[in-house]
Design a protein around this ligand. Structure first.
Ligand code: GN1
Ligand code: MG
Length: 362
């Protein structure tokens, strides 16, 4: 029995395990698809949890169990069909918990694979509209979750904290890369005050935190055969945050005409058609609970996430690539440049974005 099979044997899955192969392109966890040989047994996704990043695995899984339980109940109460494809289902290990720690210290978890579903790295306006509706619904469903969710990564989307991390990285200059990236640091510092608006509004009591997904990049959504969103996956970062997180991170990924790490900056631009479709969908499902300050600042949110990602990629590059998986030595710098280019394009469209949002509210 190889390592992965022995790990799988500690979970109470159905069927006989056949092929196990790598799955997905996440930058944090490692995922595998586990195929069972019987037609009536589900397939599974096996994941190694990155416990350097998610240090409290027990809290992490407790959050995820609370969220999936709550969503399942809501779907059942709403007499939804096809519920097993609309919410993730994590299975128990022999300890009774939804994770298992191997002898080498690594943590693993296993969930039921959602059949006949697709993920995309690029989506058309129609799919973006459905995604907007889905995130509004996701936030609405979680608005009355009875459990207190922990912050699985403290200060995850706190812009002031992310800037502090960058400044600390610059001060230490661990990899000797600061001189080379000075112009990107300057671009970031020029915008620093404006980009910390959300934290200021929150301190003044004007902007609430709500339970958000906090990693709404487009490839974290499962779509059915018709392009409807089945569910959002990758629930590690579900925690209290500003609604800007979900709105902004979807547009950062789906609204980019290039790739997150595109080396060709001419390909990287903000796609206003995707913006309009997603915003229309999101406002339709979230308008009933959003405050005016949240709606007014959606264009800010669209800029905040390329900015924050630029800060995080650059800090990691300066630190010598300790956080994100990289495929080549300059990868985090290439990512930084691409996110900066996207930010500049978003900034050019701000007035148009504001006009569009106003028109949706009429
Ligand atoms: C990470 O796990 P993954 O690849 O979906 C990161 C996000 C970043 C994203 C950038 C826990 O997401 O915050 O936006 O990479 N997740 C964590 O692609 O840091
Ligand atoms: Mg992911």
């Amino acid at each position: 029995m190889n390592d992965l099979n022995s790990i799988i044997s500690h979970f109470s899955h159905e069927g006989t395990v056949g092929n196990v192969s790598p799955l997905g392109a996440g930058l944090i966890n490692d995922s595998y698809k586990v195929v069972t040989t019987e037609a009536d047994a589900p397939d599974y996704v096996l994941q190694r949890i990155n416990h350097v990043i998610f240090t409290d695995v027990d809290m992490l899984q407790a959050n995820i169990e609370a969220v999936t339980r709550h969503i399942r109940r809501k779907l059942e109460a709403g007499h939804e069909t096809d519920i097993d494809r609309k919410v993730l289902h994590f299975i128990a290990s022999e300890t009774g918990k939804t994770y298992w720690q191997a002898d080498d210290g690594n943590y693993w978890r296993m969930m039921v694979f959602i059949p006949r579903a697709k993920t995309y790295t690029t989506v058309n306006p129609e799919y973006s509209y459905y995604a907007g509706v889905a995130f509004g619904n996701f936030e609405a469903m979680l608005a009355d979750i009875p459990d207190a969710l922990g912050e699985t990564i403290p200060d995850f989307h706190n812009m002031e904290f992310r800037l502090k991390q960058l400044r600390d990285a610059v001060a230490v200059d661990a990899a000797g890369r600061v001189a080379e990236v000075r112009r990107y640091i300057d671009e970031i510092e020029r915008r620093a005050d404006a980009m910390c608006l959300a934290e200021r509004l929150h301190r003044n009591g004007e902007l609430p935190k709500r339970v958000c997904h906090c990693d709404t990049k487009v490839d974290n959504m499962m779509f059915d055969e018709q392009g409807r969103v089945l569910c959002v996956i990758d629930l590690d970062t579900v925690m209290p945050s500003f609604v800007f997180s979900d709105y902004g991170d979807f547009l950062r990924t789906a609204g980019n005409t290039g790739a997150e790490d595109d080396p060709d900056l001419d390909r990287v631009n903000f796609n206003m058609e995707i913006f309009r479709a997603f915003t229309r969908g999101y406002l339709e499902s979230a308008r009933s609970f959003l405050l005016p300050v949240e709606i007014e600042n959606l264009p800010y949110a669209a800029a905040l996430f390329p900015y924050m990602q630029c800060v995080r990629f650059l800090a990691d590059y300066i630190n010598g690539d300790t956080y994100y998986k990289i495929n080549y030595p300059e990868h985090n710098l290439v990512r930084t440049r691409a996110q900066l280019k996207l930010l500049q394009s978003v900034e050019q469209h701000q007035p148009e974005m504001r006009r569009f949002i106003t028109s949706c509210l009429q």
